[in-house]
Design a protein around this ligand. Structure first.
Ligand code: HEM
Ligand code: HEM
Length: 231
């Protein structure tokens, strides 16, 4: 199937920056987290803990900034168009996505060859992207339960007591890392499933031509080769 055209309006620069911040923070948090869990070599714990806490604060601030920006900035609500509206609308159920959950799941399970056309994000994408900020905040909560300067504060100490102590909290924090590892691997795979070009969040400045979609009419209305000859 021909792809929808990819325009910069899909992912404005501030969202590319928050996404890169997520990616880099996640890599450092996973690597330093692994080291804290399995200190395979010596004399590195200070650096690992320092880096872990720096990027922990960064990813939490980034997460809050990203959510606020969704209500402030505009982006294209679907691929293939330069029309923009408030970004948060692309995260919530849209009329263009109605009745598409089952077809999307069939596509992911290789039962259907083509995925439905709809909003910028398919239904399972919306669900998983909405879950990410919740998981980051939950990770932050379990992390601050473990961090000495905050672990005795009532809000965090209560959680640790509920879970049965610091060791249980450590296991939850460690287990949650695997949730993020699985998400990132599946997410990066799906982002590139139709060829490397759809890695638009990473290389968002690279526009490519394709089909033009009208979000108001909910259908393809033409083709845009961005002024280049078709091969
Ligand atoms: C978001 C805010 C986060 C905070 C505040 C935080 C805080 C902490 C702290 C204080 C420790 C040290 C625990 C100890 O010394 O026993 C720790 C360990 C760890 N963190 Fe985080 N962290 C955060 C996010 C993450 C993320 C996103 C990951 C991975 C995806 C991660 C993976 C780990 C792992 C694997 C450990 C070692 C746990 C163990 O000993 O089994 N953390 N974290
Ligand atoms: C190599 C790793 C990654 C690749 C290739 C990648 C790729 C992408 C792409 C292509 C999109 C846009 C999807 C679309 O327009 O249909 C996207 C969006 C998104 N990604 Fe990633 N991503 C990666 C890592 C991560 C990580 C580590 C996180 C979270 C911790 C993350 C969270 C998100 C979120 C929340 C969105 C929704 C858009 C937004 O935040 O503005 N990604 N990613």
């Amino acid at each position: 199937m021909a792809h929808l055209a990819h325009y910069r309006e899909s992912h404005p620069l501030p969202f590319v920056i928050t996404h890169w911040t997520n990616l880099i923070s996640m890599i450092v948090l996973i690597l330093s987290g692994f080291y804290i869990h399995f200190p395979a070599f010596s004399n590195f714990m200070g650096i690992a803990r320092g880096a872990h806490m720096f990027f922990a604060f960064l990813i939490i601030i980034n997460c809050i900034v990203r959510v606020i920006l969704a209500f402030v900035l505009e982006s294209a609500p679907t691929g293939g168009t330069r029309k923009v509206e408030k970004d948060y609308k692309a995260w919530l159920p849209q009329k263009q996505n109605r009745h598409q959950l089952i077809p999307w799941i069939k596509y992911y399970l290789f039962i259907k060859k083509e995925h439905p056309l709809g909003g910028k994000y398919g239904n399972p994408q919306k669900l998983s992207y909405l879950l990410i900020p919740i998981l980051i905040l939950f990770m932050g909560y379990t992390g601050f339960c473990l961090w000495e300067p905050t672990s005795t504060i009532g809000f965090f100490a209560a959680g640790t007591e509920l879970m049965g102590g610091l060791m249980a909290m450590r296991i939850i924090h460690y287990f949650m890392m695997w949730v993020f590892i699985c998400f990132t691997m599946i997410h990066a795979y799906l982002a590139n499933i139709e060829g490397f070009a759809p890695s638009k969040m990473i290389f968002a400045w690279k526009e490519h031509g394709g089909l033009v979609y009208d979000p108001d009419k909910g259908c393809i209305v033409g083709e845009d080769n961005l002024g280049q000859e078709k091969h």
